[in-house]
Design a protein around this ligand. Sequence first.
Ligand code: NAD
Length: 286
Amino acid sequence: MKSYYEHMNLPQPVLPSLQHLALLKGQTALVTGANSGIGRAIALALGRAGANVVVNYVAKPEDAEAVAAELRAAGVGAITLMADVSDETQVQAMFAAAVKKFGTVDILASNAGLERNAPFHEMSVAQWDQVMNVNLRGAFLCAREAVREYLRRGVRPEVSVSAGKIIFTSSVHEIIPWAGHVNYAASKGGLMLLMKSLAQEVAEKRIRVNSIGPGAIRTPINTAAWGTPEAYAELMKLVPYKRIGEVDEIGRAAVWLASDFSDYVIGTTLFIDGGMTLYPGFETGG
Ligand SMILES: NC(=O)c1ccc[n+]([C@@H]2O[C@H](COP(=O)([O-])OP(=O)(O)OC[C@H]3O[C@@H](n4cnc5c(N)ncnc54)[C@H](O)[C@@H]3O)[C@@H](O)[C@H]2O)c1
């Protein structure tokens, strides 16, 4: 008996392995804070999906070089570029160098971020400013350069149906208040409306802007929350799925958000959090 496809004279759909999909082939991604944790995983995942990658770092150039070497070994182009994302001149120089090397930038993963925690009454202006400068001003400066490049270039239909993608690494703390981390939560709450307002503004130019909102992911930024069995058990009270997240889980989501498979996804935060945003205190009925 003929299959449906043979009967209809249609090609049989074959599900290729992710590696062979090369979803992002011919595109260039710039990832900030790409020499550590989530940024490193996003850079490697975008590269494995076929994109050339600009590995941004502000410290530890050897770690950035190691990421770039791994990407080159995977068969894509990769360079490292030093820039403090909170510095306008350095961000502009980084984008100029990226465009010079690869011709354009198609994907920005604005990921660099930090915490400077303190009880509110003891929080210094320096702690407040540093978190705002990296997490919010840095996102603004990088996104602005990306949008300028996307508007200049327009759509290249041979690589993507959109003119460019921006993916911010936000946090569950864009919606969950966080005592003792008021500067951090304020920066991510601000990032949420930066993302949504920008998404609304540039959608008609075929620029897609979204965020990933990680929950508890195993990286250096939060070692204190998972580094001991006691801390881990405490953390699990906040995670319905009862395990910590791994950076590759964020990388895979970034590939999807950067690809045309998510072309109708605009102005959304994709939470990857094992259910942390589901009010885990109500797990047992409240
Ligand atoms: N790990 C988690 O559980 C978690 C949860 C929610 C959100 N996040 C967010 O994920 C992002 C990445 O954090 P991570 O967990 O991988 O931590 P990380 O400390 O491993 O990585 C942070 C990266 O940002 C870089 N960076 C800091 N200041 C910079 C600057 N001025 N210019 C350029 N780069 C700078 C660091 O050098 C590092 O590469 C951050 O935005 C963080 O807020 C992390």
